[in-house]
Design a protein around this ligand. Structure first.
Ligand code: GRF
Length: 204
């Protein structure tokens, strides 16, 4: 059994996606990765509390984010980065240091409802406004283009006529985000994802 890939998780809010990752490592769904550290750009992110409860090094970085984050990840030996509800743009320094080793969860089916301004509840508000019948979540590699990296995994979720943005967000989290993010991390950490042009090839 190869050594689990040490993974940094970037958060900004409640950390339900982080919790899904922590639970998946604990129950064996994720075997090829371990959470080495958690970094938030917000001091009050409850996600930090979730990490501390598991004894995982957790740090809020509000200044000099890129330099401090790279330093902390170096200390923790992070080899991979997962953006889990992280609401800031990743700079060139981290992008180049972790090229093709950063994945993100987006709460919609990219290329729909993504890009600048599409985050958190705003995504689901736009989904309901447009009247689509299906939405879902996407895990993709992070590149310079916001939400434009190669897609690794997606899962669709039905939109109901009486949904509010809050109800839809909860369904997308429960039925998609919390399922595909751990699965995608396991595939990437176990070396089963190869990028060919714009396509991620999964070799089971
Ligand atoms: C979720 O909608 C997630 O899809 C988005 O940020 C929101 C909060 O995520 N990326 P979390 O509960 O902090 O993981």
């Amino acid at each position: 059994m190869a050594t689990p890939m040490r993974t940094a998780v970037f958060v900004s809010g409640g950390g339900t996606n982080l919790q899904a990752l922590l639970d998946s490592v604990e129950n064996g769904t994720v075997k090829s990765a371990e959470i080495a550290c958690v970094i938030s750009n917000k001091k009050d992110a409850y996600a930090l509390e979730r990490a501390r409860k598991k004894g995982i090094p957790a740090k809020a970085i509000t200044e000099n984010f890129e330099e401090e984050a790279l330093r902390f990840m170096d200390e923790c030996g992070a080899e991979l980065i997962v953006l889990a509800g992280f609401l800031s743009i990743i700079g060139k320094g981290i992008l180049s240091a972790y090229k093709d080793r950063i994945i993100n969860i987006h709460p919609a089916l990219i290329p729909s409802f993504c890009g600048k301004g599409y985050y958190g509840l705003h995504v689901h508000e736009k989904v309901l406004e447009y009247g689509v019948k299906l939405t879902g979540a996407t895990v993709h590699f992070v590149s310079e283009e916001v939400d434009g990296g190669v897609i690794i995994m997606q899962k669709a979720v039905e939109v109901r006529h009486d949904d509010t943005p809050e109800i839809l967000q909860k369904r997308v989290m429960e039925e998609a985000e919390w399922i595909i993010l751990p699965k995608a991390l396991e595939l990437v950490a176990s070396g089963k994802v190869k990028i060919q042009g714009r396509t991620a090839i999964i070799t089971e």
